[in-house]
Design a protein around this ligand. Structure first.
Ligand SMILES: Nc1ncnc2c1ncn2[C@@H]1O[C@H](COP(=O)(O)OP(=O)(O)OP(=O)(O)O)[C@@H](O)[C@H]1O
Ligand SMILES: [Mg+2]
Length: 334
């Protein structure tokens, strides 16, 4: 059936720990709809419900409370002096959050809408975390069920491969793709569009925020807002006491990925011998900080890989790379 669909009917969905991104075709440049993957429970009041409706904020009324989801919930959390709740943790449904499935269903229903004609949608899934195989199966089924229930033909695609599809078309889909996310870093090594090796590491953006908060006595939200501002650059100690900790943990995240890549690539028997060199492309929100590319280059100098890295480059679409890769995967009919 997907063969009968035009490319305009394809969708790409990045189901991320921090953000959900829906990519739709739009000529040369896809459009991206982005929502923070977070929610807050507000006490029920008719006025609050009307305000959420007027402001176009996704919400659901549950007896005595209203669950509001998405970009603006940070504001409410700040106003009410609380923290947002998160439906996902380290790349998968958050087992510690009783409303995780309900909130993911709300988000996907609102963002994707009902399919009109059995549209094809590829959605991102991480590689299984260490000992996390069964959780990945559960997560994947729940997301697929929601999308299928909306009428889509839904397929799960690995997040590391999304970077390969989005960024390595001119390299015959051969190379290394890395997505530095909020909950995880996902890495894929591909040859002609086929995965040779995919894995994830569990130190990513959330780990940076929580670790830097612990050693500086700040809240993770304060750390995150500073990290995401233009004031921070890896390796530069600004006036802010958080900078040194942020530099240490960013370097730690990068080193962890590169060391794991070295170990796994050297142990792999699937790398074709004819490959002498390949590019490495990295994207994801965590890679948006200033100084990230220089740190990647420095870290790669400390390891010995079985292939030469011909080029290290930042993904053109940075934070929307995964969604773009998912859209391309759905167009390639994967
Ligand atoms: N401008 C920015 N500068 C630095 N960090 C940023 C910036 N914007 C977002 N981030 C960080 O990027 C991380 C989220 O990245 P991303 O949106 O790629 O993750 P995700 O896809 O939701 O999560 P995952 O892939 O791990 O499931 C968060 O830790 C966030 O703080
Ligand atoms: Mg991601």
């Amino acid at each position: 059936m997907a063969d009968a669909l035009g490319k305009d009917e394809c969708r790409g969905l990045d189901v991320g720990t921090s953000r959900i991104v829906l990519a739709k075709p739009n000529g040369e440049r896809p459009t991206y709809d982005v929502q923070l993957n977070a929610f807050i429970a507000l006490p029920y009041a008719k006025m609050t419900e009307k305000m959420l409706q007027d402001e176009g904020i996704y919400h659901r009324v549950n007896d005595k409370e209203i669950l509001a989801f998405g970009n603006r919930v940070d504001e409410f959390a700040n106003m009410l002096g609380g923290d947002t709740r998160r439906p996902m943790k380290t790349g998968l449904l958050n087992a510690g959050e009783p409303k995780s499935k309900e909130m993911m269903a709300l988000a996907l229903e609102e963002m994707c809408g009902k399919a009109k004609n059995g549209e094809k949608i590829c959605f991102s899934v991480p590689s299984a975390p260490p000992d996390g195989d069964s959780e990945l199966i559960f997560h994947q089924h729940i997301i697929k069920d929601v999308l299928t229930g909306l009428g889509y033909q839904a397929e799960a695609v690995n997040e590391g491969m999304a970077v390969v599809f989005a960024e390595l078309a001119d390299d015959d889909l051969t190379g290394i793709g890395v997505s530095f996310g909020g909950g995880l870093c996902n890495i894929s090594v591909a040859y002609l569009g086929l995965p040779i090796l995919s894995f994830c590491t569990t130190r990513a953006g959330d780990y940076i925020d929580q670790s830097a908060a612990r050693v500086t006595g700040q809240t993770p939200t304060t750390v995150r807002l500073h990290k995401e501002s233009t004031k921070f650059k890896i390796g530069e100690d600004g006036a802010n006491g958080i900078d040194q900790a942020l530099t240490i943990y960013h370097r730690d995240v990068i080193k962890h990925v590169i060391d794991e890549l070295e170990q796994r690539l050297n142990a792999s028997t699937r790398l074709p011998r004819s490959i002498r060199s390949m590019p490495l492309v990295f994207g994801g929100g965590t890679a948006m900080v200033k100084g990230f590319e220089a740190e990647m280059k420095a870290a790669l100098k400390t390891v010995k890989l079985p292939v030469e890295i011909s080029e290290i480059r930042h993904a053109k679409t940075t934070s929307n790379t995964t969604a773009k890769g998912m859209l391309l995967a759905s167009m390639l009919n994967m």
